[in-house]
Every structure is written in C-alpha cells, then in structure tokens.
Design a protein around this ligand. Structure first.
Ligand code: IMP
Length: 427
C-alpha cells in the first residue's frame, strides 16, 4: 500500500501528528520535499522534541527515509539524531536512510537566503534556512549532494568548481564571500558527511522493493498545498512542489502505485510569512484562535496569521492533490466562538467566485463571503469519538465534509495521539 499525506492549506495543519498516529501501519515513512523549513513537535512521555528533518513516525517499528527531492542541512539532521539519542531513541542507519542524491544545504545557501530576503522590497518571509537557494542550485545542476559530502575530496573538488560564482553572488548582495571556502566550515561539512555516510541509500529502490513485497509505504509532505512552487500563491511560496503528485516524481515511484491521498486540513486556516490570506482575522477573534491554537511556528517562532475556514482554497487543494480522505485537525480551538464562519465564495470586482483566481494578485483582492454556523461551548480536548462531540461541532464537521465532497476520516481535538479519533467508528 502506498499512501501520500499532504497539507491542504499553507502548512502547519498537523501533518506530523497524523503521520505519527498512523505510521504504525506502515513499514516505511518517507519525506519527499522541503528541508528544515518544516517543523513538527513530537511528544514522548514527558519529553518534547522539536524536529525539522527526521520524518515523523520514527517512534514505531518503521524505517524512515529522506528522499532525493529534499534539501538537507546535515548540521540540523545530526543535531536531531543527537537530541533523540539523548532521550534514548537511537536513529542508526538501519532506522534512517538518506538518498545519495539528496541536495545539501550549504552555509552559503543560508547566507544568500538571508541577504536576498533582507533586500527584497516586497518580502516573502522565508524561514531563512537556505531552502530556495539550495533548490536553485539543484535545478542549475550546481548542487552538492549527500554522496559528495561523504567524500572529502569530492566535496573539495565540487566547492572549488562552484566557489567563484557563489562568492560573487554573496558579494553582490553585500555579504561576506569568505563563507564559501571557509576552511572551518568545509572541515565541519566533511566531518558531517563522514558521519552520515552509513545512512546513504537509494530511496526509490527501497520503496519500490517494499511495495513489490507487499509492504506499506507512507510519503509525508512538508509545508502545504498553497505553498507549492508551481501551483501556490506565487511569489509567496516555498521552493518545492508540495502537492501529492510531487511525491511520485520526487521519490521515483510510478503514479500507478498510489493507493490513497490523505489531506490534512485545519478546522480554520493559518499562514506564516507573507502572501494573500482572504479570510485573515486581524481582530480579537484572530488573536484568540492564535493563542488557543498556539499558532506560533516550530521553525521560526513567528506568530501565524489566522482566519476562518476557506472553502474555495480547499476546493483547489482537493483538485491539486486528488484527496481520497481528509483528517480535520484542531477542532477544539474553535470552542466558545459563536457563530463560526466558513468562507463559501469570494467577491471580486462584483463577481462571485467559488474557486480561487489563478493570479495571486487577484486572490489578494478577493473578499470572503461567509456562511455562519452555530458554535458550541466547552472543552473538546477530552472527546474520544464523533458521537461525544456537541451537536454543533458534529454539524460543523458534516457541513465541511459535504461542501468538500471528500470523507473526513480522522478528527483531532488536541496535540496528543489519544486526542485523534476516527470519525466513523469512534476511537
Ligand atoms: P522558505 O520555504 O523558507 O523559502 O519560505 C517560503 C515561504 O514558505 C514562507 O512564507 C514561509 O513562511 C513558508 N514556509 C516554509 N516552510 C513552512 C512550514 O513548514 N510551514 C508553514 N509555512 C512554511
């Protein structure tokens, strides 16, 4: 069985938590795009781990893989392996694999990301982790790959070849070009390469063999649908393709192998960084959702912008991903808000639109048209099944499900694994 999970909105929908919940049913869990711009928090007993690169699901008897379509900062990955080891969780090469072709985020990518972002008049609000510049190099065929840092001589040869153009780019943006050939940094990357070398694998081969043998594979997306570099709200997007089809292309698995695509959908909407968010709430309700939902980034700590559920954007996410099921997260955050609003269409230049305009500048001008639903009172975080929810909360879920036309299979009412239940069957 091959399942793909993606975020249906702008990221931070709670993918990690759902992957964590279901990964016990999978033999392999694989990251297919993005880098340490993503982040999720994993709770093990009293210990809390904030992770950016290690795929979710490592707590189970599951092998976790980092695919060749990701961009990987080896310092961050080594730090996560060490942090987990301190908590008694060993991620050795039998547990974690990194594709030989995975692009490495070099210090100069991070430098360039920061410099470029600072100089933009209209900012994107990147995480400044070097993601965009690592992908630029990948597409330009100027990347340094996992297999390159595993071999010091190859790393040096590659750096010598690339240094002049990277140095001039940094200089042009007013930075210090010395970072490119900094001996201390090169030695550090060579050490990290040596350390991570035993983890090198061929991810496409591993997945296809597993599927041939009847084992189960889960592809875990990072960020969210509308941050997709092709179909998102350009230019306010990340630099990789975040939608379900990207899992096949980035992992090297044929689309004929896909059994299901699970969309993770927050019961409202959030966005970090710049770009249009038609239902954004800049008032007390928005601040309340932000506080109750703890809407602050795992990676940058930035406050997330919050808004009401946006159905047109969700319809687009359903088209882009072909969802076969949906997990609705953070329903508990909407308690005690009455009424609860759902954006059912937009108004643009006197026209009603039930689907987002393709041009980002037009989306930014859209005004939400809301339908109001009755709210409910009280804490939902202890609820264990659909039937236990207040009637108004049940109605909210059923109304969203009907409008989306895709079954909501999971509902979550809190951060712990026990706070997610299957909608049909109860826990
Ligand atoms: P970058 O991916 O760091 O280049 O940032 C580009 C845009 O994507 C910015 O608006 C970021 O805030 C956003 N972004 C990147 N990663 C995530 C994520 O994991 N969750 C939510 N937003 C993200």
């Amino acid at each position: 069985m091959f399942t793909i999970i993606t975020g249906a909105q702008f990221g931070d929908e709670g993918k990690g938590k759902v992957v964590d919940l279901i990964s016990g049913d999978y033999d392999l869990v694989v990251r297919f795009q993005g880098g340490d711009n993503a982040g999720h928090t994993v709770k093990v007993g009293d210990d809390v781990y904030k992770l950016h690169l290690v795929p979710s699901g490592f707590l189970f008897d599951t092998r976790v893989l980092i695919g060749p379509g990701t961009v990987m900062n080896p310092e961050v990955l080594a730090g996560e392996i060490d942090m987990l080891a301190e908590g008694g969780i060993e991620l050795g090469p039998e547990k974690l694999g990194i594709d030989a072709k995975t692009s490495i985020i070099m210090p100069y990518h991070i430098e360039l990301d920061g410099l470029r972002e600072s100089r933009r008049t209209e900012k994107i609000g990147t995480t400044r982790r070097g993601i965009g510049f690592a992908y630029i190099d990948k597409v330009a065929r100027d990347e340094i790959r996992m297999a390159d840092i595993a071999n010091r001589d190859r790393l040096l040869r590659r750096l010598n070849e690339l240094a002049p153009s990277r140095e001039s780019s940094i200089k042009e943006l007013g930075g210090d070009p010395g970072i490119v050939m900094d001996e201390r940094l090169i030695a550090r990357y060579a050490d990290l390469g040596k350390r991570l070398a035993p983890y090198i694998t061929d991810v496409s081969y591993e997945i296809n063999r597993a599927l041939e043998e009847g084992r189960n594979v889960l592809a875990e997306g990072a960020q969210g649908t509308h941050l997709d570099v092709i179909h998102g709200t350009q230019k306010f997007v990340t630099s990789s393709s975040t939608i379900a089809g990207s899992a096949c292309a980035n992992l090297g698995v044929g689309p004929t192998k896909v059994d299901g695509v699970l969309g993770i959908v927050k019961a409202y909407i959030t966005r970090v960084g710049e770009g249009p968010l038609p239902t954004e709430l800049t008032d007390r309700t928005g601040r309340r959702i932000q506080e109750v939902g703890k809407e602050f980034g795992t990676t940058t700590g930035r406050a997330r912008r919050c808004g009401w559920f946006d159905l047109p954007l969700l319809k687009k996410a359903i088209y882009l991903n072909g969802y076969t099921s949906i997990a609705l997260t953070k329903l508990d955050v909407l308690s005690d808000l009455d009424p609860i609003k759902v954006c059912v269409s937009y108004e643009l230049d006197g026209r009603a639109l039930d689907y987002p305009p393709e041009n980002t500048a037009d989306l930014a001008r859209c005004r939400p048209v809301y339908e109001e639903l009755p709210g409910w009172k009280g804490d939902l975080t202890g609820v264990k099944g659909f039937d236990e929810l207040p009637q108004a909360a049940q109605n909210y879920i059923l109304s969203l499900e009907k409008s989306m036309g895709v079954p909501i299979v999971y509902v979550s009412v809190g951060p712990a694994r026990a706070q997610t239940f299957r909608k049909e069957t109860g826990n």
